[in-house]
Design a binder for this molecule. Structure first.
Ligand code: NAD
Length: 290
C-alpha cells in the first residue's frame, strides 16, 4: 500500500517504521521529527497525503489534527482511508470524520494504548470508530502496528473508549501511589506490599505492569528516575478530555475530576512536568495530611 504518515514523534516514528519494514511504501511529514528508517520525507502534509491508499495522523491534539485535516482531505484520493491515531476529543474526531466522509474518504478514529514500547514492538491496541468498510480497510495496517484492534462503533467511538480507559488508568495510578505512600508510613516493606496487592483484589495494570515503586515489580519508569514512559502532562491531557466529554454528556465522574485536578496541580504547580505519570508516588511520599 502507498501510505502517508503525518506526525512522526515518539509514537508515530516507530509506527511508521513498522509499516515500512512490513513492505509498505511510506511517505512521512513532520514539522520537527527526523524520518525513521525506510520512510521517505515529504515536503508538506499535503504532499505526504496525495495519491495514497491510506493516510495516518499521529498528532498532539484536536486543534492540530483539525488544521492538518483541512489541508489534506481535499488532496487525498477518493476511497482512501484517513486513519487518525492521535488521542483527541470526541467532537474533533467526529468533525474530521464528517469532513473526510463528505470528500469520499473512509474515516477511522483509532487511538492507541501501549505507549512508546508498544509502538516500537508493534504491540499496540487500537480502538477504532468509523464504518465497517473504513475499519476493514485500516485493519491490515493495525495488524502490523499492533496486536489487537477493536471496532468500537461509529466515528468518535475509538476516542470515547480511549478516554474512558485512560480515566481508569489515572485513577488507579493515583490509588496505587497513595496506597504505597500509606504503606510506607505504616512501616510495610514495598516488596511485600507488591507481593500481596499484585495477587490480591487491589491488583491493576498500574500495580502489576507499571509499578510506581522503584525496584519493585517489572521494570518501569520508576526504575529510571521516573523518566517517561507516559508523561504526567499527557495523562493530564487525557483526563481533561475525559472531563470535557463527561460535561458534554452529563456524566457524573467525581474520581475522574479529582484525578484531573491532582495531575493539574502536579504538572502546573509542582515538579511533575516532564516526569512519568507514576511519579505521583514520590509526590505522596513527601506529603502528610495537612
Ligand atoms: P510527540 O510530541 O512525540 O509527537 C507528535 C509529533 O507531531 C511531533 O513530532 C511534532 O513535531 C508533530 N507535529 C505537530 N504538529 C504538526 C503538524 N502540524 N504537522 C506535522 N507534524 C506535526 O507525541 P507522541 O507521544 O508521539 O503522541 C502523539 C499522540 O499519541 C498524542 O495524541 C498522544 O496523546 C497519543 N499517545 C501517546 C502515547 C505515549 O505514550 N507517548 C500513548 C498513547 C497515545
Amino acid at each position: 500500500m502507498k501510505i502517508g504518515f503525518i506526525g512522526l514523534g515518539n509514537m508515530g516514528g516507530p509506527m511508521a517504521a513498522n509499516l515500512a519494514a512490513a513492505g509498505h511504501q511510506v511517505s512521512g511529514f513532520d514539522l520537527a521529527a527526523e524520518m525513521p528508517e525506510g520512510v521517505t520525507k515529504a515536503d508538506s502534509a499535503s504532499a505526504a497525503a496525495q495519491d495514497k491508499d491510506a493516510v495516518i495522523t499521529m498528532l498532539p491534539n484536536g486543534k492540530i489534527l483539525g488544521d492538518v485535516a483541512s489541508e489534506i482531505i481535499e488532496v487525498m484520493s477518493k476511497g482512501a482511508a484517513f486513519i487518525d491515531c492521535s488521542t483527541v476529543d470526541v467532537d474533533s474526531a467526529r468533525q474530521v470524520a464528517e469532513a473526510a466522509t463528505a470528500f469520499g474518504l473512509l474515516a477511522v478514529d483509532a487511538p492507541v494504548s501501549g505507549g512508546v514500547g508498544g509502538a516500537s514492538d508493534g504491540t499496540l491496541t487500537f480502538m477504532a470508530g468509523g464504518s465497517s468498510e473504513a475499519f476493514a480497510k485500516a485493519e491490515p495496517l493495525f495488524e502490523i502496528m499492533g496486536q489487537k484492534a477493536v471496532h468500537c462503533g461509529d466515528s468518535g467511538a475509538g476516542q470515547a473508549a480511549k478516554i474512558c480507559n485512560n480515566m481508569i488508568l489515572g485513577i488507579t495510578m493515583i490509588g496505587t501511589c497513595e496506597a504505597f505512600a500509606l504503606a510506607d508510613k505504616l512501616g510495610l516493606d514495598r516488596q511485600k506490599m507488591f507481593d500481596v496487592v499484585s495477587t490480591s483484589s487491589g491488583y491493576s495494570w498500574s500495580m502489576n505492569a507499571y509499578c510506581p515503586a522503584p525496584g519493585v515489580g517489572p521494570e518501569s519508569p520508576a526504575d529510571r528516575g521516573y523518566r517517561p514512559g507516559f508523561a504526567a502532562e499527557l495523562m493530564l491531557k487525557d483526563l481533561r478530555l475525559s472531563q470535557q466529554a463527561a460535561e458534554s454528556s452529563n456524566a457524573d465522574t467525581p474520581l475522574g475530576q479529582q484525578a484531573m485536578e491532582l495531575y493539574q496541580t502536579f504538572v502546573e504547580e509542582e515538579d511533575g512536568n516532564g516526569k512519568d505519570f507514576s511519579a505521583m508516588l514520590p509526590r505522596f511520599e513527601k506529603r502528610g495530611r495537612g
